[in-house]
Design a binder for this molecule. Structure first.
Ligand code: HEM
Length: 444
């Protein structure tokens, strides 16, 4: 491509563009940005690499296919997030070939057959947890979703069953996420944007990480000592791995890796489930239909409801890539070092892709199956969320089990505003809503 075509990309300066970056993660506002600057444009801010933004589906398909291996998610995180602190030496920073190898090694516990074996643990967790939450008075559905997601992580990822250890892990996780979501860390993360992703050490966070790892290491040591290496949870699967992919590594690496998976999967799932509750509590007609379909043992509407909530409130509204060599997007030439924003929320709200994009209407995903660019809460391409099958399965089991016992008192209040914390979109009011006991309709 010629340099003319690159220059033809509208250039948005700091003075014109700064406030629009925020709009890309604000539901109901994303399209203003594209309406103003075009379907494709580039931010040109002093001290930052060029940042290309596109809502053209074919552009994103091309980036996800990445045929010339030009795009790196790791390099994007390195530049724009406090990567050392959040991700350590995670495999996501490896180059294309090594990334693929490593991903293959760690994915089996997140795929197909493995998932089914976690189902009963998930069902038991919902039954136990919801019995402890009141009906008939307002509760934070985000807090309840957190409880569920945390217990699933402890039982299914870490496989901790000892009650005392579970409590310790629970406290350690709460402390860790408290620090991550606190003002100090958020401010440091903002500083990281200016310093190319480097932030000062955060001793409290390091010690919170070590506290989690110590508990996991104690669990691993017990299992080795007692010979109880079953594969009913992810750590068990790693330990039982016959070809030594994980068992050959040291336990510290295994514990750190489990912690990072938990970091990737716990708040994202809790946030998603809480948005599902927010929307259902505002749509009693959908709840009625959903309950009937779940009672009939059908999953189609269940999937559609979860997809629609993820469309309107993707837990991660924005991801990105960085060009590690010169490349093109459509007819635009891209220089090595350029960043590319993948506007997940912006695609979900695009009127060119969805009819009435701001309306909650799960039926749309029954009438038409989602595509890689019409629904991308898990990103796409080689970096597509490793935990996507696990998260989709977990959300489905949690919601289905929940709906067997509880329902939502219809809320007249509008859908709460989101708050974006640690890059994640959560309900600002904690998803306050009221639960009621489910009264099942007698079958006809
Ligand atoms: C609803 C829940 C979740 C959401 C919305 C979510 C979203 C995402 C997104 C947007 C990405 C970046 C993808 C890209 O840039 O193309 C990602 C990556 C990732 N996620 Fe998730 N995630 C969820 C749950 C989980 C769970 C449960 C796990 C593991 C237990 C997990 C592990 C990962 C990993 C390891 C990556 C990096 C993938 C790679 O580079 O190979 N996530 N996730």
């Amino acid at each position: 491509m010629t340099s003319e075509s690159r220059n033809s990309l509208p250039r948005v300066t700091l003075a014109r563009g700064l406030s629009s970056v925020n709009a890309l993660v604000r539901p109901g506002h994303t399209q203003q940005v594209f309406n103003r600057f075009g379907d494709r444009f580039r931010y040109s801010f002093p001290g930052f690499p060029d940042i290309v933004v596109t809502r053209v589906p074919e552009d994103l398909r091309q980036v996800f296919r990445d045929e010339d291996k030009a795009w790196s998610w790791g390099e994007f995180l390195r530049r724009f997030s406090p990567h050392d602190v959040l991700f350590g030496d995670s495999y996501i920073f490896f180059d294309h070939k090594r990334h693929a190898q490593e991903r293959r090694l760690i994915s089996p516990p997140f795929n197909g057959r493995a998932l089914k074996s976690y189902e009963q643990k998930m069902v038991d967790i919902v039954d136990r947890v919801i019995a402890q939450w009141p009906t008939g008075e307002p509760i934070s559905f985000f807090a309840l979703s957190h409880r569920l997601a945390s217990d699933v992580m402890s039982a299914v990822v870490f496989g901790v069953t000892d009650q005392r250890r579970l409590k310790q892990l629970d406290r350690a996780l709460a402390n860790y996420f408290g620090i991550l979501n606190g003002v100090v860390f958020e401010s440091l993360a903002a500083v990281g944007l200016l310093t190319g992703g480097r932030i000062p050490r955060h001793p409290q966070l390091s010690s919170a990480e070590r506290a989690i790892d110590r508990i996991v290491l104690a669990e691993i040591a017990d299992r080795r000592r007692n010979g109880t290496i079953d594969d009913g949870d992810m750590i068990g699967r790693y330990l039982a791995e016959p070809n030594g992919s994980w068992s050959a590594r040291d336990d510290d690496a295994l514990a750190a890796s489990a912690r990072r998976l938990m970091f990737a999967g716990y708040e994202t799932t809790a946030a998603t489930l809480s948005w599902v509750g927010v929307f259902l509590s505002r749509h009693p007609d959908v709840v009625e239909e959903l309950e009937a379909s779940v009672d009939r043992g059908e999953d189609r509407l269940l999937d559609a409801v979860i997809n629609e909530a993820m469309r309107l409130r993707p837990a991660i509204p924005l991801t990105g890539r960085r060009a590690v060599r010169d490349t093109t997007v459509g007819d635009v030439s891209i220089r090595k070092g350029t960043a590319l924003l993948i506007p997940i929320l912006g695609m979900h709200e695009s009127p060119g892709i969805h009819d009435d994009p701001l309306v909650f209407r799960p039926q749309r995903f029954i009438d038409q199956q989602p595509t890689a660019t019409s629904l991308l809460p898990f990103g796409g391409g080689v970096n597509k969320c490793l935990g996507a099958p696990f998260a989709a399965f977990e959300l489905k089991v949690l919601l289905r089990t929940f709906l067997a016992e509880r329902s939502f008192v219809p809320q007249a209040t509008p859908v709460p505003h989101p708050r974006v914390r640690t890059e994640m979109m959560v309900p600002r009011d904690g998803a306050m809503l009221t639960l009621k006991r489910r009264v099942r309709q007698p079958s006809a």
